[in-house]
Design a protein around this ligand. Structure first.
Ligand SMILES: Nc1nc(=O)c2c([nH]1)NC[C@@H]1CN(c3ccc(C(=O)N[C@@H](CCC(=O)O)C(=O)O)cc3)C=[N+]21
Length: 294
């Protein structure tokens, strides 16, 4: 049976560390860190994520604010809102919750965010710096996975890592981070995606598999090597009226099957998701310290 990479437990530890650091600043009469989120429309999962983010902020002593905009807002109006946030001296960082409605050009919006306030690490300047191994804000989900591997001392040097999915917020940055120098990193990375042929040939050879697909129960025990480390980024809501919230969450990994064979595995829920939230706070703290210390 696999050991569990407990993202919920680790995220609580990290939040505690952040809380203590914030308290030190506030005790010296500095203002608290301030994170803002922009929410366009009312997609169910997005609303949950933003609500959780606000709770997280309060739990660690951050100030938080929410910019709630109607789903039919046009691109220029949204750009105006972003300009205001960029210019707000009392704001350390903000995120624009994705996905945006189809009539808005996502890239254009991301490009408009001040890279210094881009605590999601989505702006091309931060992405480019990440790829060049310069200091930058790292995207929260990949950063959370790197932190989990580090705190659990999972070896990565020279390991075969297979990432499934090439999205701009998870798969692609994950592949870059794991190939960077140092620990965690120094891995041999294969980035697979929907056009990959014979995916199993790659996953069966992998020491670490990171799935970011959004296809429930996609990864089976037969597709992995014995002793592999399995990181499940997929979180899909599955309607189920017998559940309290009317749905349950399913990962990309067939957990019962895969955990028989894996050495380490992340659960869903309680794995990568809570780590993502903790790393957003971490990035905001980094932005804050730069602002406070000048
Ligand atoms: N600008 C932007 N930045 C993001 O980081 C971003 C985004 N847009 N859009 C959507 C995705 C998704 N995402 C999640 C974060 C935490 C959980 C999470 O905490 N999940 C819990 C369960 C939560 C629940 O119970 O519903 C868990 O896995 O245990 C899930 C999903 C951030 N994203």
């Amino acid at each position: 049976m696999a050991n569990i990479l407990d993202g919920l437990k680790l995220s609580k530890q990290i939040k505690q560390e952040i809380k203590e650091e914030v308290a030190q600043y506030v005790n010296k009469s500095f203002r608290p860190p301030h994170l803002s989120a922009v929410l366009v429309g009312n997609n169910g999962a997005s609303v949950t994520y933003v609500d959780n983010k606000i709770k997280d902020c309060h739990a660690v002593g951050f100030r938080s604010s929410l910019v709630k905009l109607p789903g039919n807002i046009n691109e220029n109006e949204l750009l105006q809102e972003i300009k205001k946030l960029n210019e707000d001296k009392d704001l350390d960082g903000f995120i624009v919750q994705l996905p945006l409605p189809d009539h808005i050009d996502q890239e254009k919006i991301i490009m408009a965010i001040d890279p210094e306030k881009d605590v999601d690490g989505f702006h091309p300047q931060n992405f480019g710096k990440m790829a060049l191994e310069m200091e930058s804000f790292l995207p929260a989900t990949p950063y959370g996975i790197m932190t989990m591997l580090k705190r659990y001392n999972v070896p990565t040097q020279g390991k075969n890592v297979v990432v499934i999915g090439r999205s701009r917020i998870v798969g692609r940055p994950m592949s870059i981070l794991m190939s960077r120098k140092g620990y965690p990193g120094d891995a041999t990375v294969t980035l697979t995606h929907s056009k990959t042929q014979n995916l199993q040939d790659f996953t069966k050879n992998a020491d670490i598999v990171i799935t970011a697909l959004g296809v429930p129960n996609f990864l089976k025990g037969s597709m992995i090597k014995k002793g592999a480390v399995i990181i499940d980024v997929g979180i899909t809501r599955i309607d189920d009226s017998t559940k309290e919230r009317g749905f349950y969450l399913a990962g990309d990994v067939d957990y019962n099957d895969v955990s028989e064979k894996a050495s380490w595995i992340t659960p869903v829920p309680g794995g990568v998701g809570p780590m993502t939230r903790a790393m957003l706070l971490k990035n905001t703290l980094i932005a804050y310290k730069k602002n406070i210390n000048g």
